[in-house]
Design a protein around this ligand. Structure first.
Ligand SMILES: CSCCC(=O)C(=O)COP(=O)(O)O
Ligand code: ZN
Length: 210
């Protein structure tokens, strides 16, 4: 990899490897699912190679890509969903990391709520930037799954034009995308959303028994 700050690459790669181990321990990235990225100071991104097991990532499973999604690591194929990462970096210069997971809860909730998920009255909403009270509301849109990542990316763009402060979104029957200024911020968002998905599904279960 020409002209890259190797020590920063290694630092971010290490953070993404650790995130993958944590997600796998929680069952959130089964069977090679999920993909992760983080932005280097030069604007390019460290990204997971397509098809690798995200719970068992090694340094060679991370690669360099530009914001047009082109591989800058010869012989390594970027994530099939790279376009869903790069659109976010291009829109928001503050953004430092994007994490995509495939938990059972995110998958089921996305199929039960095709019109979108509204999270209200939860104290843990304060895990998201700009939210200081449980009385706030977070909206996660649910997009239909699409093997055409360019078309899906265009739909996400239209949503973010309307709701630029959105902390993430779901893809129906597929999983969660969320992001943050750092890997640690994005990881906190995954954890908070997973907790909230569990709460929402528990409430649905109680509702059906009342
Ligand atoms: C077996 S998961 C199917 C592809 C997917 O949704 C995913 O998140 C992983 O794709 P990648 O190319 O990033 O490995
Ligand atoms: Zn996926």
């Amino acid at each position: 990899m020409a002209d890259v700050d190797e020590s920063r690459f290694d630092e971010l790669a290490g953070q993404l490897i650790e995130a993958g181990r944590f997600f796998f321990s929680r069952g959130w990235v089964p069977a090679t699912s999920g993909n992760f990225s983080a932005r280097l100071d030069d604007g390019r991104i460290v990204l997971t190679v397509s098809g690798r097991h995200k719970g068992r990532l090694e340094r060679d499973d991370l690669m360099l890509a530009d914001l047009d999604g082109r591989s800058l690591s010869p012989g390594r194929r970027p994530s099939a969903e790279t376009g869903l990462h790069t659109l976010l970096y291009r829109r928001n210069p503050q953004l430092g990391a994007v994490l995509h997971t495939h938990s059972a809860r995110a998958t089921v909730l996305s199929m039960r709520r095709p019109q979108g998920v509204w999270l209200r009255d939860y104290e843990v909403l304060k895990a998201f930037p700009g939210i200081e009270t449980h009385t706030s509301q977070v909206h996660l849109p649910v997009f239909a799954n699409d093997q055409d990542i360019g078309r899906l990316a265009a739909e996400v763009e239209r949503h973010l034009d309307r709701e630029p402060a959105s902390p993430g979104y779901l893809i129906a029957g597929h999983g969660l995308y969320t992001w943050g200024e750092t890997v640690s911020d994005a990881l906190r968002h995954v954890e908070a959303l997973e907790f909230l998905f569990e709460c929402e599904l528990l409430q649905t279960r109680f509702d059906s028994h009342e």
